[in-house]
Design a protein. Structure first.
Length: 301
């Protein structure tokens, strides 16, 4: 839907901005044999990998899939095939969303060319001008490895250096545009295939998307209100009044034992096969009977 497209566009724009800042402030090619490749590929691939992991982690569908009980083992009916298809569909959907940022990073980085030039300079096969033709392979790699750093290049090799940089930028930018083309075509074909195999018509699919969006919004609102009302019962039992109430006549004085019972680290605690205690205060409110130690309040001046 429109929300997905807008979210993907925002992610892509933020990734592009982050890449430009990252390149400007942190990237500095070592211009040394054996280090250029590791340094360049690290700057090219590690941020993309981090963005991919973050993309998975920030998607709610990921945690729904991870925390889903393995009902495939419990299914005796032939629905297990449908379950597998559903899991594959959800996983592909999650992966598609998670790939937006890393693919954008790779594409922009390749089009920029700086990381690729640093990584591949020493492996270029060129005849550079004004150089001694009798240099050894190791000396040649050392000379080429220094090309990304213009200040390290001798004057007689400036022309050769410019040739190598232009060649590598050409390769990097072509790879970047090819990556963009492959991604665009893949996304287009995926939408086409999804539409072809979808049991819903175009308008029905739009209605379904709208329903799912509205259901999630309403569910989130109900979750917030329900949890607030549920927590309010436990807070009222502990303090003797509901927060925000007017004309409070009395308040409850918790004992030292009760303060200790609700203090500490709170872990999700299973009460029975169907219910959990969500906090220490929740556990106390369900198990303990509150004493009658109340203090009258005098609100009149």
């Amino acid at each position: 839907g429109k929300e997905v497209v807008l979210a993907n566009a925002i992610i892509a724009i933020l990734t592009i901005g982050g890449q430009q800042l990252f390149s400007f402030f942190t990237f500095s090619c070592p211009c040394h044999v054996g280090q250029n490749l590791i340094y360049g590929l690290a700057f090219l691939g590690v941020p993309a990998l981090i963005l991919l992991v973050v993309g998975y982690a920030l998607n709610n569908q990921t945690w729904r899939l991870v925390t889903r009980k393995s009902s495939l083992q419990e299914e005796i009916t032939p629905n297990w095939l449908l379950q597998c298809k559903l899991i594959c569909f959800v996983f592909c959907s999650i992966t598609g969303r998670a790939l937006v940022a890393p693919v954008t990073w790779l594409a922009v980085t390749l089009i920029n060319g700086s990381f690729y030039v640093c990584a591949m300079s020493e492996y270029v096969s060129v005849s550079y001008y004004g150089a001694n033709p009798n240099v050894t392979a190791s000396e040649r790699r050392k000379i080429l490895a220094a090309f990304p750093c213009s200040q390290l290049v001798p004057p007689e090799l400036i022309r050769a250096r410019d040739e190598v940089i232009l060649l590598l930028r050409y390769q990097s930018q072509v790879a970047g545009w090819l990556l963009i083309a492959v991604v665009v075509i893949t996304v287009f074909l995926s939408y086409c295939l999804a539409s072809c195999f979808s049991p819903l018509s175009f308008l029905h699919f739009r209605y379904w998307s709208s329903y799912v969006h509205n259901e999630q919004e309403l569910f989130d609102e109900a979750t917030d209100q329900h949890s607030r009302l549920y927590a309010m019962q436990h807070v009222r039992k502990f303090f003797g009044f509901v927060p925000g109430s007017e004309n409070i006549k009395e308040i409850r004085i918790p004992s030292l034992r009760e303060w200790q019972a609700i203090s500490g680290l709170a872990f999700l605690k299973r009460v029975d096969e169907e219910h959990y205690d969500y906090s220490l205060l929740h556990d106390w409110a369900l198990k303990e009977s509150a004493d009658e130690k109340y203090l009258k309040t005098d609100e009149d001046p």
